[in-house]
Write a protein that binds this ligand. Structure first.
Ligand code: UGA
Length: 427
């Protein structure tokens, strides 16, 4: 049993770590959140939250008394037995996950017994076993996170399932983790470490596969005159298939699907197994972003000198995250063809400016579309559904729109004077 006054340690206060710390505090627990980045810790002590995640700032403010932010690992070790590892595992050049930050955490924990590392970071299957071999007195629990950016707080507090993997000998730590999560509801999946690690990688790879699958169906639908949104609706009503993750578009981006599908493919490859299906999933996703150029050229001819406006830059709405965003590839390809690219994003502009220095950032949709030869809806921000499209059409040199997320009503856009192209919808 845990002592309610015992704190929970969270190592790494990036996106996953901060959400984890704030949500455990919300459940009434004291949390010691540790990071080696002093400026980040200083900012959090001042109550400054730099990332855009709905509800997070309020949660931190409301639970300030229960949250300690520190750069001192000793403080976390002194106050907590469970240490949730939330550092990032970015891809290396080879596509394998970079575990250097995880290793640094393990190194700093030492080998004093009585503590458990609870792995939230996405790591290759086999990582837990390797850490356990090195640090024999450190218990190890795999507890992968399934949070979505933009609804992470909600996902954490109302999980579909919580996966807790531990091997014989570390059951005490898994029991403590289970106690923390039980009040949140959701199915508890107790399993071994290797299976827990695979559940995480397989879940993301499966969702990515669903997206690439529907994108290929969209591409074929264009050839045969079908509408992929209708196809997805009809498919999704089959309970074995389900309606989610069947939205065709410009492909998946973000910090997880692209990285995790490649990492799983690499992990399989390292064991000598060629994961053919995932290789295709990744390739379909790469090509999907580039297909938009053909749609523009169909109407505009060569793109050199044409003004193209990107509506939305973040990899999905409700986040300012630009990692692996389709907008990065799209703007590079458009500029490669000689087009002038303008863009508007209600939240991601600051981050985007650093990554896309040659893209003209507009302060509004109106400004982005002024004089444009075409618009591409890249991110389905809700406000783009409420624009006065008839007025916007008049501001453009050519009222052409490629709806990269099948977000807008084609008939309404056509009535507003636009030539409308969706993804997998009849032109
Ligand atoms: C994803 C998973 O959904 C989470 O369960 C997981 O915890 C997380 O990765 C992670 O491993 O940390 P996230 O990257 O926040 O979460 O984003 P999603 O909402 O899953 O969307 C990913 C991408 O797929 C976006 O670019 C989105 O536009 C695209 N997508 C999603 C589609 O193109 N079609 C769809 O039908 C759904």
């Amino acid at each position: 049993m845990s002592d309610e006054s015992e704190a929970i340690g969270v190592i790494g206060v990036g996106w996953v770590g901060l959400v984890t710390a704030a949500c455990f505090a919300e459940t009434g627990r004291d949390v010691v959140a540790m990071d080696i980045d002093e400026s980040k810790i200083e900012a959090l002590r001042r109550g400054e939250v730099t990332m855009h995640e709905p509800g997070l700032e309020q949660l931190i403010e409301r639970n300030a008394e229960r949250l300690t932010f520190t750069t001192d690992m000793g403080e976390a070790l002194a106050r907590a037995r469970l240490l949730f590892c939330c550092v990032d595992t970015p891809p290396t050049y080879s596509g394998d996950a970079d575990l250097s930050r995880v290793k640094a955490v393990v190194g700093r924990l030492g080998d004093d017994g009585g503590h458990a590392l609870v792995m939230k970071s996405t790591v290759p299957a086999g990582t837990g076993a390797a850490i356990r071999r090195e640090q024999r007195s450190l218990a190890y629990v795999s507890c992968p996170e399934f949070l979505k950016e933009g609804s992470a707080v909600e996902d954490f507090l109302h999980p579909d399932r919580v996966v807790i993997g531990a091997d014989a000998g570390d059951v005490w730590a898994a029991d403590l983790v289970e106690e923390l999560y039980r009040p949140l509801g959701g199915e508890l999946v107790r399993t071994d470490v290797a299976s827990a690690e695979m559940i995480k990688l397989a879940s993301n790879a499966f969702l990515a596969t669903k997206i690439s699958f529907i994108n290929e169906i969209a591409n074929v639908s264009e050839e045969v005159g079908a509408d992929v949104t209708e196809v997805a609706r009809g498919m999704g009503l089959d309970r074995r298939i389900g309606p989610s993750f069947l939205r065709a578009g410009l492909g998946f981006g973000g910090s997880c699907f692209p990285k995790d599908t490649t990492a799983l493919k690499q992990l399989a490859g390292n064991t000598g197994y060629h994961f053919q299906l995932l290789t295709s999933v990744i390739e379909v996703n790469e090509l999907q972003k580039r297909r938009v150029l053909k749609k523009l050229e169909k109407h505009l001819g060569p793109l050199a000198g044409k003004r193209i406006a990107l509506l939305g830059l973040a990899f999905k709405p409700d986040t300012d995250d630009m990692r692996e965003a389709s907008s990065l590839v799209l703007s590079a390809r458009l500029q490669g063809e000689g087009a002038i690219v303008t863009a508007y994003d209600p939240v991601a502009e600051k981050r985007a400016r650093e990554l896309l220095p040659s893209v003209e950032m507009a302060a509004s949709v109106e400004e982005a579309l002024a004089g444009a030869d075409a618009a591409i809806l890249v991110t389905e921000w809700p406000q783009f559904g409420e624009l006065d499209w008839a007025a916007l059409a008049k501001r453009m040199a050519t009222p052409l729109i490629v709806d990269g997320r099948n977000f807008l009503d084609p008939a309404a856009l056509r009535d507003a004077g636009f030539t409308y192209e969706g993804i997998g919808r009849p032109a």
